[in-house]
Design a protein around this ligand. Sequence first.
Ligand code: ZN
Length: 590
Amino acid sequence: MPSLPIRYTLHSPHPAAHRFTVTCTVTDPAPAGQKFALPAWIPGSYLIRDFARHIVAIRAEAGNKSVRLEKLNKHSWRAAAVKPGLALTVTCEIYAWDLSVRTAHIDQTHAFFNGTSVFLRVLGQESSPCLVELQRPPGKEFAAWRVATALSPATGEKGAARRHGFGLYRAENYDELIDHPVEMGTFTLLEFEACGVPHEVAITGQHDCDGERLITDLKRICERQIRFFGEPAPMSRYVFLVTAVGEGHGGLEHRASTALLCSRNDLPYAGMRGMPEGYRNFLGLCSHEYFHTWNVKRIKPMAFSPYDLERENYTTQLWAFEGITSYYDDLALLRSGVIGVPDWLELIGATISNVWRTPGRLRQTLAESSFDAWSKFYRPDENTPNAVVSYYAKGALAALALDLTLRYGTHGKTSLDDVMRALWQRFGQTGTGVGDDDLRQIAEELSGLKLGRFFANTLHDTRDIPLERLLAPFGVRLTREKAKIPALGARIGSDGESVKLTTVYDDGPAQQAGLSAGDILIALDGLRVTPKTLDTLLARKQPGNSITVHAFRRDELMKFDLTLGANDNTTARLRQTPAPNALRRAWLGE
Ligand code: ZN
């Protein structure tokens, strides 16, 4: 017998109060008492967030009578047994005032939510189909609101939603239900097709986006990626949910959509020329999340097959899912012709510089960074640069190195592209989780190369990836430019008009002098220092010079004797050597 659907309703009687009222009705609750739970985290963002802490009220009822609900732990409940034949409804009021791609947000201007923040999981019935009724808030001011989501309207059911309308939507199971974020409001809607698949862009927030320019560029990027993995695309439609704000940058991937947060000034405007950096970054973000449609939403590590929504899901492979995706996001901009080779080399150079300037790369391996994402990368503090390497940035360099190694070792016959397509065919299309050694095995099988040492050095060792040597045969020269001014040995931020040390590097001049992260610099050699004057003051000194530093720690003025060091803030520069060779042509398509 097919299982009966779980029915949800989502409503907000008063959006300005930032609350959703969500019901969950189970037709055949467990006879001994039905358990419910809200996820502790959202797939794609590897931090325990305990979404249930935003539930401000919860109650259960059956046959118009209230049912006892026992709280079992921070995010789960058990309803008492109900008479056979009675449906059980749990109603939650959920506070939603976090404007991020990970949670939920509602006010009188719009509503956005991820299912992980609002839809209770019915334990034991996770594979049941789900029906969700999205209700328009009451009042004329909401009459123009529409709905943007990759959830499918429940066509054929009474009350089924029309396209972009309120009403009934459906998901095949709970896993799908929480993988389609929803935007409701008066967003700008752009539409285009990529390889025959309908795509939408819904832009929320004040903006002056040149929609024509955006969909022209996005279409090229999406088509490039669909053709990369092979038609047909795995999704029948795709939605970019974009929230434009003053300052912000973030994205979260889903199986047929993505939620993006960007600065409105990063969006293209009418009459804009060329490719400003902000827009290039925005397209890179779109490209990144779109590549995840294959790499992590369908090609998944074993640890995510299925997700355990109650606790951390440890894997040493995040570098492959985030790093390889980070490598291909900008490469797709290049290969689709949206940017040129000099722009692309600049982006790779920025990633290399970023890794070189992170001393934590010498403390933590890529495999460790992946495994500890939950407690380290996602919980940064003042010591993070000393202790942690980003599996995004160094992971992208590992992907670049693997691509170059394969291309060079096979005279251009095999590349990371072939490995990704094999992963898609063998794991993504079959729904099999990727084991820790599968990537190496596929790369070795396709290339005929022995890659044990490459993977050991790149993933399980902290040595720098020898990119100079790997890039040279491709006619790309990588050089290191050292900063000229001497160094304090700290990352510098500002605190109003003051200079604040945000990180003090291990064993650097500032640490040896006794300075700490959080210290506010007041004066160097008796002269007031501000964020504007710091470099000017330092530029007049040499490494080895001693200076007196006055700084506040909390409210206490302290004096330090500091010996300036050589600046090891290195900038990576990538240049093409004049004549393109066959290897570079095959790689960058010149
Ligand atoms: Zn990502």
